[in-house]
Design a protein around this ligand. Structure first.
Ligand code: COA
Length: 177
């Protein structure tokens, strides 16, 4: 028996544009996030790191500072752009002609939330696929909150964040003392 893949409206809509959106709060960006962007670049021609303006979180770094910290990570990568978005991520992805939203998975505990997010995003907008990438083993225990918590208490977080982020965190917590 042979099977044929029949082109339909969906497959036309889902054609790859080579552009992916990697959304998040990035408060601040960590080496785990950088790892996901680098892995994405093996699959996509362009990656747009999209910082959420309206997040339910109370970020330590204001939006402009978060953007600048992300930009500094990718000065050598002309195929990575940094932007902000304050609506639905899928709407932003369509505006940018992106074919995919990239999400990093660290552990099984991420899965439930990510599955739910991917399904609602697909319900809202069928033209954009969610692509999950496994974070490098070295970074699976990292989150922005854990890093901020360690930094606040003077813990050594070098090697978990880029050097300029480390400096920014030190400055932030010295300011607040
Ligand atoms: N390495 C290190 N840390 C990682 C990571 C990785 N590869 N991947 C995720 N994390 C961390 C993040 O730093 C973050 O840490 P924190 O909770 O301590 O801040 C945590 O894991 C969760 O990250 P993420 O799931 O990316 O959440 P977010 O808050 O950064 O971003 C949005 C969530 C903004 C992408 C999502 O809420 C969104 O799309 N909002 C817009 C509105 C919308 O479209 N909603 C969906 C439909 S209703």
């Amino acid at each position: 028996m042979s099977y044929q893949v029949v082109p339909n409206a969906d497959s036309q809509l889902n054609r790859s544009s080579g552009i992916a959106v990697y959304p998040g709060t990035f408060d601040p960006i960590t080496n785990g996030h950088v790892d996901i962007v680098k892995r994405s670049l093996r699959m996509f021609d362009q990656v747009i790191v999209a910082l959420a303006v309206n997040t339910e979180k109370k970020p330590l770094f204001p939006l402009e500072e978060r953007v600048a910290l992300v930009e500094q990570c990718f000065t050598a990568n002309s195929n990575v752009t940094v932007d902000t978005t304050d609506g639905l991520t899928v709407d932003y992805a369509v505006q940018q002609n992106a074919c995919a939203i990239v999400r990093g998975l660290r552990a099984v505990s991420d899965f439930d939330y990510e599955f739910q997010l991917a399904l609602i995003n697909r319900k809202l907008e069928r033209r954009v696929q969610t692509v999950f990438l496994m974070t490098g083993l070295r970074w699976i225990y990292i989150s922005s909150s854990i890093i901020k918590n360690a930094a606040r208490h003077g813990g050594d977080i070098s090697g978990m964040v880029p050097a300029h982020v480390l400096a920014a965190l030190k400055e932030k917590y010295t300011e607040s003392k």
